[in-house]
Design a protein around this ligand. Structure first.
Ligand code: HEM
Ligand code: FES
Length: 779
């Protein structure tokens, strides 16, 4: 039943009081909210994710009688549908969501309209055979070659308005540049741009809109002309086969493999791809500028630190994507999120809603340009049909942002009412008015600003660049060999919020290391870490000890938390060894505030080498036990752990030796009682001399990827265009986890428990490998 998660009333009726309940095709009654849902109403048009919040929370799969579709709103359910393109066929992806009137059909017939299969709505096995033939144009090298053209187009448009002080960016450039880029990429002559733009709007309304009966005829005229125009352009191009571009690749394949790249495909694709490659990117760019400019502090951060631009563009694609819903049809009766969808059931996956699902994205409604799993968004779809042009779209958005943040950092959003073309799937403002003071344009003072461009590599954002610029506020000695460092925002803004157990990655030259935050959790202006000088280390800590001074800039990633305090236990034992006290201190503060009973055990070489003793004695005197080895006081783990205690969680941080002893000593405790944080990952780094190459078969994208002996699985996946989030890249954090369908795994991480490893159903792609020659992954 579509509503089985809801409680049934005393009379057995799920929705009594709702009048005559409507029925879904499977006989289930439809809830009032589901019955009222209409994607052409204002709430969905203004903010589809918000309009479906009720569904995400209460009824994640429901039948919409007004639409005749099953609507799916949660991340995991949507991804599961994208994954299985046999059960959930994409054949209706470009079908008219509002059936055409007879008059409209007559108009289309007059134009001999025959739009049929392209890629996005083609079933297997035809689809993959075709897609594989046409992949080359999207390789990083091939795309890189288009960057100068994109840059030139954006510059020309910006030059034209830079002294004006006010503009509607949509009208001035956001649609025209992506359209020009698309035509160039395709090899289509750049003519009749205005007309093509009108054609695209007609196509969007025709496919995803609800035109009124009068509009139907007008829209059909536009679509019919677009169809004819596409045919003419195609014939012209076929007559000149020496041209370059993706359409020429198709024409060439059509000549040699007409059964794979068919004639009708060519004509249909010619029309569909112009829209796919242009409208999507134009709207995504407009959405991104709107999101960023309406948060001036975030915009300022991008202007100060342009390395963040790829991450910001990605987060905007998640937060306010240009494609907000996509379609599939069930080829058999199937269950989705506990609801049975009948064979032939049409499905609308509201990807914008999945992108705001708190089960997958922390604080999903916040625009957080430092988010480390933004690439998991569903705006490009997922699986074997995932957008082929995603890296071209990303490139365009990044170049727009880079040019504007550098040349017009003082750009502001005008007060305005936003309007949207009414449709289910493509979303972005029809105009975006901005203003600025041309007298403040940086290039008037320094002409070099105009050309000082920064380029970004093709592909998903690199985690290396997602760094915050901070300034050292204070440096003081916390113990022998331990420096306590307070960091603040360079502009005096509040620092990001964090929770006990969080750390930051400090970036010092090529050296990156995790340091737990050890200040007060609610300190709004300082992030504090304690750095132990490690003589045997890679030199970063020594540099920090010798050179770090107040006022110096310092880059960091985070805060992030891979050592989260589960606040639901009855009692806690906190154990710290040496500098491992840093995350533990914040946990002790938090437990005290919650009023939860806990013990705090802190071992070290000598009192003089143990940081924060005074503060701990002051704040946690009753619970603190100190074990300075120099005084002959030893932490007796055997007796501490002898009796397993139900309802008690142990949190520990310290040297690997201590953690290993704890792991061994808690074998007889309930599974999951011990939570530890590792700070180093010996053995996780790659030594090609001792590795073998292997293959991974990706079941969702239907690809086979080679992993050479000198590459990590994560690197190989990225090179094949598969975006997997990552963070630590040394097996410590868990963010690069992928599901394993089959094969023997050589686990190298420090994240999975013994029981999870034994399950052989997941691995950390940044470090783990195959024991044998092949693994099968659900990617
Ligand atoms: C497919 C979105 C830019 C070419 C798709 C799909 C979505 C999408 C949602 C369907 C995915 C699925 O069924 O899993 C976007 C967005 C873009 C963008 C949001 C910009 C921000 C582009 C560009 C191009 C392009 C610039 C071309 C150069 C394609 C193609 C497919 C596709 C060829 C069909 C792939 C297949 O079915 O195998 N896109 N797209 N897209 N897109 Fe994009
Ligand atoms: Fe952290 Fe792989 S990226 S475990």
């Amino acid at each position: 039943s579509a509503t089985q998660r809801n409680a049934t009333g005393a009379d057995g009726c799920l929705f009594h009081g709702a009048g005559e309940p409507s029925m879904a095709p499977n006989g289930c009654p439809v809830s009032p909210q589901a019955a009222a849902f209409d994607p052409f109403d204002r709430p969905y048009q203004l903010d589809p994710a918000e309009a479906l919040r009720w569904s995400r929370e209460q009824e994640p799969v429901f039948y919409s009688p007004k639409l005749g579709y099953w609507v799916v709103s949660r991340y995991d359910d949507i991804k599961a549908i994208f994954r299985d393109n046999l059960t959930f066929s994409p054949s209706i992806a470009l079908e008219k969501i509002t059936p055409a009137s007879d008059e409209a059909l007559a108009v289309l017939k007059r134009y001999d309209y025959g739009m049929n299969r392209t890629l996005v709505n083609e079933d297997e096995p035809a689809h993959m055979a075709r897609r594989r033939e046409l992949l080359e144009a999207f390789s990083p090298e091939a795309l890189e070659a288009h960057a100068p053209m994109v840059r030139r187009l954006v510059r020309e448009k910006l030059d034209a308005i830079i002294d004006r002080g006010q503009a509607d960016l949509v009208a001035e450039m956001f649609w025209e540049v992506p359209l020009t880029v698309a035509l160039h990429f395709l090899g289509v002559p750049e003519e009749d741009m205005e007309q093509l733009r009108r054609f695209s709007v007609a196509h969007t309304l025709n496919t995803w809109g609800r035109p009124s009966p009068e509009q139907q005829v007008e829209v059909a005229e536009g679509v019919g002309k677009f169809w004819q125009y596409s045919g003419e352009v195609l014939r012209k191009m076929q007559a000149r086969p020496e041209g370059h571009g993706w359409m020429y690749d198709m024409i060439e394949k059509n000549r040699h493999k007409p059964d794979v790249v068919t004639d009708n495909y060519l004509h249909s694709m010619m029309m569909a791809i112009i829209v796919a490659a242009h409208e999507t990117t134009a709207l995504a760019t407009a959405n991104a500028f709107r999101q960023l400019l309406s948060r001036p502090a975030v915009w300022a951060e991008l202007c100060d630190n342009p390395a963040l631009i790829p991450a910001a563009a990605e987060e905007c694609l998640r937060h306010a994507g240009s494609v907000v819903a996509w379609r599939r049809i069930a080829t058999r009766e199937v269950e989705v999120g506990g609801v049975t969808i009948p064979e032939g059931g049409k499905i609308l996956m509201v990807t914008a809603s999945g992108n705001h699902d708190p089960a997958h994205f922390e604080n999903p409604d916040e625009l957080d340009i430092y988010r480390d799993n933004a690439v998991d968004h569903l705006t490009f779809g997922y699986g074997s049909h995932q957008c082929m042009g995603k890296n071209l779209g990303r490139m365009e958005m990044r170049i727009f942002l880079e040019e504007f943040t550098r040349r017009l950092p003082h750009l502001e959003l005008e007060e305005q009412e936003f309007t949207f073309l009414p449709n289910t799937s493509f979303r972005g403002p029809e105009a975006l008015w901005v203003r600025w003071d041309p007298a403040q344009n940086p290039e008037r003072r320094d002409p070099a600003v105009r050309s000082a461009q920064r380029d970004f590599p093709v592909g998903a954002p690199s985690r290396q660049d997602i760094a915050r610029e901070m300034v050292v506020a204070k440096v003081q000695t916390a113990a022998e060999g331990v420096l306590q460092i307070a960091l603040e925002d360079p502009h005096g803004r509040r620092v990001p919020e964090w929770s006990p157990g969080s750390h930051v990655d400090l970036i010092v030259g090529n050296y990156v290391r995790k340091y737990s935050l050890c200040g007060e959790v609610d300190d709004p202006y300082w992030l504090q870490v304690a750095v132990l000088r490690e003589e045997a280390g890679r030199g970063g800590s020594a540099w920090i000890h010798e050179h770090l001074k107040p006022g110096m800039p310092l880059r960091l990633r985070g805060p992030k938390n891979h050592f989260r305090l589960d606040e639901s236990a009855d009692r806690y034992v906190l154990i710290a060894g040496g500098i491992g006290i840093t995350p533990i201190i914040a946990m002790a503060d938090r437990l005290k505030r919650l009023g939860k009973p806990f013990e705090l055990h802190y071992a070290g070489r000598s009192r003089a080498s143990m940081a924060f003793i005074e503060r701990l004695e002051r704040d946690h005197g009753e619970t603190l036990r100190l074990y300075p080895k120099a005084e002959g006081v030893r932490l007796d783990l055997a007796s501490l752990l002898a009796e397993p205690r139900a309802g008690t969680l142990l949190y520990a941080c310290g040297p690997e030796r201590l953690l290993a002893a704890l792991e061994a000593g808690t074998n007889h405790w309930p599974e999951g009682s011990l939570r530890v944080e590792h700070f180093t990952a010996e053995g996780a780094l790659l030594d090609p001399k001792h590795e073998h190459a292997f293959e991974v078969e990706l079941t969702d994208s239907e690809l086979v990827v080679e992993v050479a002996a000198d590459r990590t699985l994560l690197q190989a996946l990225r090179a094949a265009g598969v975006d997997v989030p990552s963070d630590c890249e040394e097996g410590l954090c868990g963010s690069c986890q992928v599901e394993v369908v089959d094969g023997d795994i050589d686990h190298r991480d420090k994240v999975l428990t013994a029981a999870e490893r034994a399950g052989q159903d997941r691995l950390m792609s940044c470090c783990s490998r195959a024991k044998s020659k092949r693994l099968k992954l659900a990617l």
